[in-house]
Write a protein that binds this ligand. Structure first.
Ligand SMILES: Cc1cc2nc3c(=O)[nH]c(=O)nc-3n(C[C@H](O)[C@H](O)[C@H](O)COP(=O)(O)O)c2cc1C
Length: 185
């Protein structure tokens, strides 16, 4: 089972990138979590460019989404929404359609007590209109600077909640495959 991890923050010391890193480490065979190398490499979405000369990097992202059984998306909260970086990537993915029907789990980490709730709600709405299957379970990490250190989630209850979210996502993938007539371990 192949999960693709996308992070909405480009910051080197990103709390959300740390969540994705820990998620990858918590994912054991036969599952694998492949972390996207960085959404900052994508150009700004332009429908003219999409129609005339799709950038190779966009085609690669679409192929990676197409090859994934499910997605884990981690987002920072900026001005009560998700990041422009992540929204831009989703705009490129609308036209490809690869995300349609894919189970998607959302997580957010913020230094604030609200834990990125508004960013996840915002993302869930966008992904749902794109046809993704956003799973009902998600992960909020409030006061994240107390729970993440040296690029990893260090707080044990948060690590357990992250592992549980990965299990929920895997279960949704199996369910989607069974409904589809195929099987994923
Ligand atoms: C421009 C800007 C806007 C922000 N707005 C919010 C916000 O609305 N809610 C929130 O919880 N945190 C907000 N923050 C704080 C971010 O949650 C914090 O910088 C976080 O560490 C960003 O995620 P990252 O560590 O993955 O890069 C904002 C930060 C910046 C730079």
């Amino acid at each position: 089972m192949r999960i693709l991890g996308l992070c909405g923050s480009l910051r080197s010391g990103s709390l959300n990138a740390a969540v994705l890193r820990s998620a990858a480490e918590l994912t054991l065979p036969p599952r694998e979590l492949v972390v996207d190398p960085g959404l900052g490499r994508l150009p700004f979405f332009d429908a003219d460019v999409e129609m005339t000369a799709l950038p190779g990097i966009v085609a690669e992202l679409r192929a990676a989404v197409g090859a994934a059984d499910g997605l884990l998306i981690v987002t920072p909260e900026y001005a009560h929404g998700t990041s422009g970086v992540l929204k831009n990537a989703l705009e490129w993915l609308v036209g490809g359609g690869e995300i349609g029907g894919k189970p998607v789990a959302l997580a957010s980490a913020s230094p604030a007590v609200t834990g990125g709730d508004r960013a996840r709600a915002w993302l869930a709405e966008t992904l749902t209109v794109m046809g993704a299957q956003v799973i009902p379970q998600d992960l909020r990490i409030p006061q994240a600077t107390l729970k993440i250190a040296d690029g990893r989630v260090t707080d044990e209850p948060t690590r357990a909640a992250l592992a549980a979210l990965l299990d929920d996502l895997a279960a949704a993938v199996v369910e989607a495959r069974e409904a589809d007539g195929s099987f994923a371990s």
